[in-house]
Design a protein around this ligand. Structure first.
Ligand code: MRU
Length: 407
């Protein structure tokens, strides 16, 4: 058992973007193939690929995907090409609004396209696509390298077996490979400094229960799953030495957007005098936003909160069943309404039929609110762990130390 055996999340192959469908983990390890940038946007919005650093990679690969598809059909890299490219980059960046890495990954590629168009004469769309593919693959490789450096910097903070608590999934599955907050735990474990990991379930869609606990089991690290509401009691017992989580956007003053529930955890950690660490690569820092009030918080489909989704597969065992399932998949609306507001969606996938059945568990007219992230004030954060080192606040907070670290 080792972290090195975990699956990679996203990669480029044969002019397409391949990604591990995390909506189906840990039940199945389906791989989605995106042949167009629009398909990749759907994968981003459904959370098939998720986690800020992995979204950065998706953004970069999405631009490459446009370059080899729609972009390659242009005759030349001229005004019309660049205008359409800018539109596509905007669409990709806006696919999810909170994690800054998505727009960052897109911008890296867009800036390169603009620079190439300005400097190279008679560059064909195909030649430009080759440059962008190479750059996007390099960005993916750099993500893993940054995570491993970050993890080494973080692990150095722990010199004895430590009990960690983490929230959501900031592991290998949230990055191209290795992870940020959970990456620190992997490296600390290699050094004999992990006693135990408490894994917050992370309602409403359970990235902790489904993904983090799965990763830790694969890596052979002892962990215990808890419901989010249990964290206070576990801390009160004295069973947590450090809280470590990832981030989706870090403002100039150190305020952090991360998965909903992170803010509450930071308050609990403060109350129980437990250090609270944010582990994130420098691509997650957004110097353009002065503080957390400026962060756009994504609000997601209320069905995530008002019911449960069960995903699985039908394998047609008779010709009749095959025909019936084909008919559903080929119909305009592949969502079947079931009793009491329950819905089942069926899609063809590989040789079989994947289904997602959503069961409403709340009253029909219930009102709900489903923000995907919250903002943790800088004052609740002990330190930021990055690939460039650990950032501590000075007497005035984080403003200056973050600016100095980012250079
Ligand atoms: O909605 P998600 O699953 O994309 O949210 C992910 C998180 O909030 C992570 O903690 C964050 O992106 C850091 S991942 C290293």
């Amino acid at each position: 058992m080792s972290v090195e055996n975990l699956p990679r999340t996203i990669w480029w192959e044969e002019s397409k973007v391949y990604l591990l469908d995390e909506t189906r983990l840990p039940l199945t390890g389906d791989v989605l193939v995106c042949a167009t940038y629009e398909g990749l946007i759907m994968a981003i919005q459904s959370l098939a690929v998720r986690g800020a650093p992995a979204l950065g990679a998706a953004g970069a690969l999405g631009v490459a995907l446009w370059c080899v598809t729609e972009g390659a059909a242009f005759e030349a890299v001229e005004a019309e090409y660049l205008q359409r490219c800018a539109q596509v980059c905007e669409e990709l960046s806006q696919a999810r609004p909170t994690a800054v890495n998505l727009g960052w990954g897109v911008t890296q590629m867009h800036d390169l396209i603009e620079a190439q168009a300005a400097s190279a004469e008679n560059l064909s769309p195909q030649q430009l696509a080759d440059v962008i593919i190479a750059a996007a693959e390099e960005l993916c490789a750099a993500d893993e390298a940054a995570n491993r450096r970050l993890a080494a910097n973080g692990a150095a903070l722990f010199d004895k077996p430590t009990n960690f608590l983490t929230h959501c999934n900031a592991g290998s599955l949230a990055t191209v490979f290795y992870g940020t907050a959970v990456g620190v735990i992997y490296t600390a474990a290699d050094q004999g400094n992990v006693e135990h990991v408490w894994v917050d379930e992370t309602r409403p869609i359970n990235q902790g229960a489904r993904l983090t606990s799965w990763e830790l089991l694969q890596a052979g690290i002892p962990s215990t799953l808890i419901a989010d509401s249990m964290a206070a009691a576990v801390m009160h017992e004295g069973w947590v030495d450090a809280v470590i989580v990832g981030a989706d956007r870090i403002c100039a003053n150190g305020d952090v957007a991360n998965k909903i529930g992170t803010y509450g955890l930071s308050i609990l950690a403060k109350e129980h005098k437990i250090p609270f660490y944010i582990a994130a690569p420098v691509s997650t820092f957004d110097q353009k936003l002065s503080d957390g009030t400026q962060i756009v918080i994504e609000e997601r489909d209320h069905r995530e909160l008002e019911g449960v989704t069960v995903s699985g597969r039908f394998d047609a065992t008779t010709p009749e069943m095959q025909r019936a399932l084909e008919a559903v998949c080929n119909s305009e609306d592949s969502q079947l309404a079931m009793a009491q507001g329950h819905v089942m969606e069926i899609q063809r996938k590989g040789g079989g039929f994947a289904f997602d059945a959503w069961f409403k568990t709340t009253p029909t007219y219930v009102q709900s609110f489903n923000p995907a992230f919250d903002v943790t004030p800088a004052a609740n954060i002990t330190a930021f762990i990055t690939e460039r080192g650990v950032i501590y606040p000075d007497a005035d907070g984080y403003q200056k130390s973050i600016a100095a670290a980012l250079g």
